[in-house]
Design a protein around this ligand. Structure first.
Ligand SMILES: C[S@@+](CC[C@H](N)C(=O)[O-])C[C@H]1O[C@@H](n2cnc3c(N)ncnc32)[C@H](O)[C@@H]1O
Length: 285
């Protein structure tokens, strides 16, 4: 993961992955990754130690790695809700669940916008959750942070069935083994209210960080490990469409978007590709 995936200001330009032309160098790099695949015992160890590795990530980086995400209400206007009534007390407070919240880079800029939301946020890293609680803006009348592995049904125990209006999941599902992605969607679907919304942003296929992995990093198709043992998956719109459809969600957005950054050291444009999707839970599901 690169800290420059921090997305303070960016413009989303829609991309059709089928029309994307990779350079020869990129194709070569992707092929080279297959020369040394992560051994099964090591892949199993990474899976067993996923929580520990993220916790160590926050021990090392504390709150310094990701920048606050100030773009969320621009890309996800659903967070703003109905602003027709000036009196926030009259309007019912909606509930937001931010899953995989890390140290709260999504949560705290939102709190500062003073929206009519009660925010639940969770992460399976105890250190991440503690950093959220230690933030001066943390106030239990507005936000509640708790430890939870979203691949388990602890989420349901903590929040209850159909209790949440909006869920945000930003750069989190990629950190989870693809075999468990559907379980995560099942768990999210249970806590989401009928008509509730899931907001999703994550890495897309052929993002520059995928192409840059060297031999010895690839665990499975589109799934890689970093040096620190945290892992990352790269999504296609078909993945997100299937995950949502299997739990009866309908999609209102499902696109790959691009952003170019200049790598100062190499002086080249680095193509960042993200998958942005919005799902609605139907009344029947
Ligand atoms: C790249 S960080 C993103 C943090 C935050 N969403 C943001 O946008 O800044 C991925 C986060 O997902 C969390 N995570 C990974 N697997 C998880 C799981 N199974 N349950 C809960 N959190 C998980 C990690 O601990 C980490 O904080």
């Amino acid at each position: 993961m690169e800290s420059n995936e921090n997305e303070d200001s960016f413009q989303n330009i829609s991309v059709d992955l089928n029309e994307l032309k990779l350079s020869e160098k990129d194709v070569h790099s992707l092929e080279k990754q297959n020369s040394r695949i992560v051994a099964e015992f090591k892949a199993n160890k990474l899976e067993a130690e996923a929580r520990k590795n993220w916790d160590l990530f926050y021990k090392r980086n504390e709150t310094k790695f990701f920048k606050d995400r100030h773009w969320t209400t621009r890309e996800f206007q659903e967070l703003i809700g109905d602003s027709s009534s000036q009196d926030q007390e009259i309007r019912e407070k909606r509930t937001l669940l931010e899953v995989g919240c890390g140290v709260g880079n999504f949560v705290f800029p939102l709190l500062e916008e003073n929206l009519n939301l009660f925010i639940y946020c969770c992460d399976f890293s105890a250190r991440g959750v503690q950093f959220v609680k230690d933030n001066p803006l943390y106030n239990e009348s507005k936000v509640k942070a708790f430890e939870c592995d979203i691949t388990t049904d602890r989420l349901l125990e903590e929040l209850g069935e159909s209790s949440i209006d909006i869920i945000s999941m930003v750069f989190v599902l990629s950190a989870i083994h693809p075999d468990k992605h559907q379980t995560v969607f099942d768990n999210l679907a249970r806590v989401l209210k009928p008509g509730g919304i899931l907001l999703f942003r994550d890495y897309a296929l052929f993002d520059m960080t995928m192409i840059r992995f060297g031999p010895g990093s690839k665990i499975a198709d589109r799934f890689y490990t970093r040096q620190d043992g945290t892992r990352t998956f790269f999504f296609t719109p078909e993945d997100t469409a299937d995950l949502g459809a299997n739990v009866g969600f309908s999609l209102t957005e499902n696109q790959v978007v691009k952003r170019k950054t200049i790598n100062k050291k190499e002086g080249v444009d680095a193509l960042r590709l993200f998958l942005q999707a919005k799902f609605i839970k139907g009344n029947e599901s």
